[in-house]
Design a protein around this ligand. Structure first.
Ligand SMILES: *Cc1c(COP(=O)(O)O)cnc(C)c1O
Length: 478
């Protein structure tokens, strides 16, 4: 997933200003995106999150630690819900916002988003277990997955989930058979379709055919498309109630047109099904993927604007098709939790490396790495980092932040200007790590996974505790 380098912005102007003030004893840190809204600079030049100083966080909870700004996360959840409810109310449609739990799920976070009026999507039995532990009613939960186990399907049925999103023709039968075996009311299902629109980064591509594992294609070279077959198959099974059609086109999307093209394709499929069977499905889910800022100068999708654009476009498509508007749903994950999180590391080895072009790159090693943030290694994702525990030099060096793992690809921040006086013991924060950080973390090199610390109103509390070596050894039966 390529991400563009940010255009010249306030931060870069500040960066060059540093060059004009060599050695000035002022911190380089500037709050604002990509940092959470609760990030600020204290009088002594250090940084606070939700009113708690990073030095306090580090001494109380250790490093590395994921820090989640509760007020910021809640405001984003509320912001998405309000934006979409308002825009869709204007076209006369209802909408539900599901938080995509795979971005990061813990009992506390599930509660926060639910208190802000969101529902929760899960993709595995484990995610479902966390959402249920948080006390979220089954009716407000969804279960996704392209390869659900029998146990996961049974658990979703036990919990009375509001929707199971079926991903293949065989799964239609598997869910229906599970309902038949246990008896009870028909299970509400949505059929996940692929529209040929793939988006991520800044562009989207629309192709007729699909070469990926999710969903059922709406392309129909001959006869019914797999998507239409799936819908007809659900209608044919009395153990299932066809709730709707689901489409998710990608992640970290900053160009809204992909959503509109996909929504049109889904509404068209819905109209074709209605012509064919007389059934107008109740609900259309437009998926998640709303992009955020990872670097200074990058601009996140604005929920108010994108909600208006999508609502306007579905209204137009629907009017052309002559169908009654369905209820809608969306599933943002990253856009809710990503910007609310940062990772706090302690700097260890600092090593200058001479490059072929004569420049020097300063390798800054931190006490975590690809085990707590896989995204740079997995997709070349870009992040921003700052020295946050003290006033630092205004003079900067070209730096690369690396982890402690036995892989040269163990990179946390590929390229960033860091204070020239960076040294062992400094606290370094990486911005916007709330999504797909802890949730993709591993124990590579037997490194215990960091805690998730929530901060709000000047206090911090551990939401997910740090793993210990005892936790790791408990799994090893010798
Ligand atoms: C991953 C995923 C999401 C959330 O994507 P974000 O980029 O985190 O918003 C939503 N729906 C489905 C089906 C997904 O797979």
């Amino acid at each position: 997933m390529a991400q563009r380098r940010h255009p010249p912005g306030a931060r870069q102007r500040a960066g060059s200003a540093r060059g004009h003030r060599p050695g000035a004893d002022v911190t380089t840190f500037i709050p604002g995106e990509p940092w959470s809204t609760g990030v600020a600079r204290a009088a002594d030049g250090s940084v606070t999150v939700g009113g708690v100083g990073v030095r306090t966080l580090a001494s109380q909870h250790g490093t590395p630690a994921y820090v989640l700004d509760e007020a910021d996360l809640r405001a984003r959840a509320r912001g998405y819900r309000r934006a979409f409810e308002t825009a869709f109310a204007e076209i006369g449609a209802g909408i539900d916002v599901y938080y995509a739990g795979k971005a990061f799920l813990s009992v506390a976070v599930a509660r926060w988003v639910h208190e802000e009026g969101l529902r929760v999507d899960t993709a595995t039995g484990g995610e479902l277990a966390v959402a249920l532990r948080a006390g979220i009613p089954g009716a407000h939960l969804g279960l996704h997955g392209n390869n659900k186990s029998d146990a996961e399907i049974a658990r979703a049925l036990d919990a009375g989930v509001g929707r199971i999103i079926v991903d293949s023709l065989v799964e239609v039968d598997r869910v229906a058979d599970a309902v038949a075996a246990r008896g009870g009311a028909p299970a509400p299902v949505m059929v996940r379709v692929t529209t040929g629109v793939h988006a991520g980064g800044h562009e989207y591509i629309s192709t007729a055919h699909e070469d990926q594992k999710f969903g059922l294609s709406i392309a129909s070279p001959d006869g019914d498309s797999p998507a239409m077959q799936g819908l007809l198959k659900v209608l044919a099974r009395p153990e299932l109630r066809l709730l709707g059609i689901h489409s998710h086109i990608g992640s970290q999307i900053l160009d809204p047109s992909g959503f509109e093209v996909a929504a049109r394709a889904v509404l068209t499929l819905r109209a074709r099904l209605a012509e064919r069977t007389g059934v107008q499905v109740e609900e259309v889910d437009l998926g998640g993927g709303y992009g955020i800022a990872y670097l200074p100068g990058e601009v996140a999708l604005d929920p108010d604007r994108i909600a208006k654009d999508i609502a306007g476009s579905v209204e137009a498509s629907n009017a052309e098709l002559g169908t009654a508007l369905p209820r809608f749903s969306i599933e943002p994950g990253r856009a809710i939790v990503g910007p609310a999180g940062l990772t706090l590391y302690t700097v260890g080895t600092v090593k200058p490396v001479r490059l072929d072009d004569g420049r020097t790159r300063t390798y800054v090693s931190v006490d975590g790495g690809m085990s707590d943030n896989l995204r740079p290694a997995l997709y070349g994702a870009r992040y921003h980092a700052e020295v946050v525990g003290r006033r630092a030099s205004m003079q900067t060096v070209l730096a690369r932040v690396v982890g402690k793992h036995c892989e040269s690809g163990d990179i946390v921040v590929h390229e960033v200007q860091l204070p020239a006086d960076i040294r062992a013991g400094d606290l370094l924060a990486v911005a916007a790590t709330g999504a797909y950080g802890r949730s993709m973390a591993s124990n590579y090199n037997h490194v215990p996974r960091p805690p998730v610390v929530g901060v709000a109103k000047g206090t911090s509390r551990v939401l997910v505790r740090r793993e210990t070596e005892d936790d790791l050894l408990a799994l090893d039966l010798g």
